[in-house]
Design a protein around this ligand. Structure first.
Ligand code: TRP
Length: 335
């Protein structure tokens, strides 16, 4: 039986932090080890919706590409590319746009949230909303359907987008009377760690509470020291279950390490020592990748070549799909 095709897009905004690593990057790289047909791409066309600063757009995609490569994504096996290098994708997006119900887009949650925010502020409901934001799910459907991905690992916030991709696929298959697209399935792992940030809320750029993944060692130590704890003194018993520092530890420690850390906290380990232990744990795990990361950032041509090779591989099925779809809708050569 044909192995299932796995595909996921990586949004290219901001600098990757520990939460991105534990919640998305690490599980995706694991998945790539067990699947031969894996597509990973930088969703850089999507990034233009959120960021209109060209330098930032470019810097973020470079950093994120370097991060995935430094963490050991096997780019000979997995197909790793920039969305914007595959020109078939925007063309397929248009073909999909023409079968997508506007009503479906009205219900898409990112757009709805933006409208609700405007209404809450008593602004015009359309204020600040671009067609990019409105039609975001169609581009995402094209990302997925171009390669007939079976499995789409995403965070739970992306569930609706994969549902919309199925709806669009079905509609296209129905109108043009053939199985052009298989139905993609979202893969949402509830086990995957959602890391708290410095202040205990979910680690997120929007809360400004992140710990960037590849901070230089000293800065990593400093950032970890800024994790908020209570004021219990060394010698006093700490409750691991109410300490988000413990939740962060859990995402990196083995079962045994975590059990020992838990016991030590209950036993009165001071927060200073706990932070040192957390730093050592994380630092050890990312040390080598961090070195590779800085090496790659200093040699962007290695990243460029890798992505160009990935694009070449991705373009083969993309071209084939576009040809098939153009033919189906009636955009054919005359002779
Ligand atoms: N929208 C996704 C996110 O914000 C990124 C993305 C773009 C994606 N295209 C995709 C994910 C296709 C999976 C499949 O995280």
């Amino acid at each position: 039986m044909k192995q299932k095709t796995v595909l996921t897009g990586i949004s290219t905004t901001g600098t990757p932090h520990l939460g991105n690593y534990a919640g998305a990057i690490r599980p995706a790289i694991e998945l790539s080890k067990t699947h031969d047909n894996a597509y990973f791409f930088l969703a850089d066309l999507h990034s233009l919706i959120k960021c209109q600063d060209p330098e930032l757009v470019n810097q973020s995609r470079l950093e994120i590409a370097a991060t995935w490569m430094a963490l050991g994504l096997d780019t000979d096996k997995a197909i790793f590319y920039r969305q914007s290098d595959i020109e078939e994708i925007p063309q397929i997006t248009w073909l999909l746009n023409c079968v997508t119900a506007k009503g479906t887009m009205n219900r898409a949650h990112a757009y709805k949230a933006a409208v609700d925010e405007n209404l809450a502020q008593e602004n015009d409901p359309d204020r600040g909303i671009t067609m990019g934001l409105f039609s975001y799910p169609v581009l995402m459907a094209a990302d997925i359907l171009t390669f007939n991905a079976d499995l789409v690992p995403v965070g739970s916030d992306q569930r609706q987008h994969v549902e919309i991709a199925r709806e669009i696929a079905q509609r296209f298959n129905h109108i043009y009377q053939a199985e052009f697209f298989v139905m993609p399935q979202e893969v949402i792992d509830d086990e995957t760690a959602i890391l708290p940030g410095l202040d205990g809320r979910k680690m997120s750029k929007s809360y400004n509470n992140t710990i960037p993944l590849f901070l230089p060692e000293k800065k990593l130590q400093k950032a970890i020291n800024r994790i908020v704890t209570n004021s219990l003194e060394p010698g006093e018993a700490k409750d691991p279950d109410s300490a988000h520092l413990f939740d962060i530890y859990k995402a990196f420690g083995t079962t045994e390490e975590t059990a020992a850390f838990r016991a030590a906290l209950i036993d009165g380990m001071g927060w200073g020592d706990a932070k040192k232990a957390l730093f050592n744990l994380i630092n050890e795990q990312i040390q080598e990748s961090r070195e590779r990361y800085y090496e790659l950032m200093a040699n962007p041509q290695i990243i460029e070549e890798t992505l160009q090779k990935g694009a070449e591989r991705a373009r083969i099925p993309a071209r084939e799909m576009l040809q098939k779809l153009k033919d189906a809708v009636g955009l054919r050569n005359f002779i």
